[in-house]
Design a protein around this ligand. Sequence first.
Ligand code: GDG
Length: 728
Amino acid sequence: MSEHFDQLLRHSPLGILCDLDGTLVPFAPTPEEAVPDEAVKSLVKRASALRNVTFVIVSGRTRDFLEQHFQGTYLIAEHGAFRRGDGAWEPLRDEPVELANLAVRLDELLLRYPKASVERKSAGLVLHYRRLSRGDREAFVVEATALLDKIPLLKPNPSTLAIDVRPAYLQKSTAVPWVREHCGNGARLLAIGDDLTDEHMFGALEVGDDAIVVRHGETRRTKARWEFQETGQVMAFLEELVALREGLRTTVTALPKAVELRPRGRAAAQSLLVVSNRLPSMRSAKDGRPESVGGLVSALGPALQKRGGLWLGWNGKTIDDDEEPVPALEGDFSPGLLGLDLKERWYRDYYNGFCNKVLWPLFHIFPSRVRFAHSGWLAYEEVHRVFADAAVNAVAPDGTVWAHDYHLLLLARDLRARGHTGPIGHFLHIPFPPPDLFEMLPWHREILDAMLSFDLLGFHTPGFMRNFLATVGSLHPARVSDEGIEYQDRRTRTGVFPIGILPGDYKNAEAPEFAEEIEGLLRILGPAKLVLGVDRLDYTKGIPERLLAFGSLLERYPEFRTKVSLLQISVPSRADVTDYAEQRSQVEEIVGRINGQYGEAHWVPVRYFYRAYEQAQLAHLYRAASVGYVTPLRDGMNLVAKEYVAAQSEDDPGVLLLSRFAGAAVELREALLTNPYDIDGMADDLRRALTMPLEERRDRHAKLLARVYGSTAATWGEAFLGALAACR
Ligand code: GDG
């Protein structure tokens, strides 16, 4: 028996949630004909008598039906509307469900489709259309769902050739906490079912639990990690499981197979899965070929294609809190993009909450901007479970998983709990803070524990890696040595992998269709030298400081007035987080003040744009700028700095003025380094950049360019994946 099932099936307490129709009992043309036979009844009876096992039938059937066939068994009827443990039936909610309005219209529908039938229940009804001809089925579903959509409260749930109609809150997911409570502390649950109503049950499971779907030859997406094809296999499995727990067997051999993701026309389970909070944006180019937007996908695309991999992440859409996200392929791109919706609540508490109001400011050393909320931490854990469920379905159990960034620090823990055995790596795109800051996180121990489930943790700079090792050394019992970090029976390695760009994209960028707008912009700027800032509008990027230093230059060195203009492009980002909205007002206020104070009829000192440009337009602007003004207060790497270097002409290159607190400053040592906290000092550095002799500019640029070409996005991806493979 596999190690995974050996542990699960012997675990105490164990809860088993088992659907009936299509799972234990084969389908029949009508519900009346589908009844449990003696073999099912006797197996359920034995399962119900096991010690330290809570066996529960979780069905859409009525109380009467279940009671008639199963005595002495825990039962959940009508998708959770009623449950019965050792005592009497209890309703999930007390209010009755109003179905009267529906009756007349349903009767009319059934007159037109006499082979369809309705099964009435106290908390809903089921429309069965299995007996309709194939041609009639589709028309019936369209008419029935149109009719039901008009009924408030009731929500149609199309399942296997039957439509369940019941209040939206009645879902089998409600069975999961009830069973867990009955099992007692430390329980693990196993859920088995075949249709979409069972997916709700699977979706409510937690780390350590497991689910088996019964396929009946279908290949729809599922939250289950394991699969059987038909009810006979479920029976054989449960027979052996019961015998194992009764002490009559030592092993279970009738085990389910791992579910493989079968996206349209694609190979089965993948050998490499990249997981990031957000999917990269892709679009179809004019010639129909998919084209990536953004460096990360260019960096990882070739590695994914070579290994037949997939990319999993949030698709940018949100859904209502009572809906369950189902992973789906986005478009027809290569590499394949597997998208997940986020519930509204997760967007608020996980993404904007824990990620962007806790981890982002804390890791960038802005503790005063951190806003802790326990709901945020709970959502962070919950979203990890959702990502882990989707991930284990999308990658072979021994495949490689590469997780990205602070949104997914717990992923390896949750993948291991789901039986993933392959290598799992993580790359942090932002800084890692020193121990005393990390300790501010009320959940610092849990996060470190989870991070130590990765095989490899990658950082941009040796400094960030040192911070991580020092944090483990001071806050965690793990042993840190040259061989890596050892904790319990695991070893985690760390490494420095400075991310790069694809320099060719900036060096030779030619896109005539986008050039006109930029040339117009440059004409307006006139003969003044151009100082260029490009960033997401984020308080870590030091935009107010950069503007103030530019003001200080104009104030203290009046000879630069009318001779130089600052163009600041700020790409809208996280605008629904208060700190970002405030940053925007602050930036606009400083721009207004400088322009009011120094502007002249023919010269505007600062041009400020709150929008995004095409990559080719950025390359054009980079090339036109005499100074690349990159001044973050703290930054993981900062790709703009590298892009600026790549875009310069070698004959007459501009100067990169770079904050010493950007990760890029470690590599780009020939840039003019500056301290953005010292406004007048930065103004002096800007002056030096604007007056640097050609020879010095060429000399610095040649060295910088060699570095940008020496370590690119592609070499970064391969280096990380190579190191991850070497961990095993
Ligand atoms: C995180 C870390 C780390 C900007 N404006 C436009 C545009 N951009 C592109 C730039 C660059 C990218 O966005 C920004 O990358 P950065 O590295 O500067 O910053 P973050 O977004 O904060 O990224 C950072 C990075 O992850 C990678 O590990 O370097 O430290 O914070 O590529 O060109 N792109 C387009 N239009 C714009 O207007 N198309």
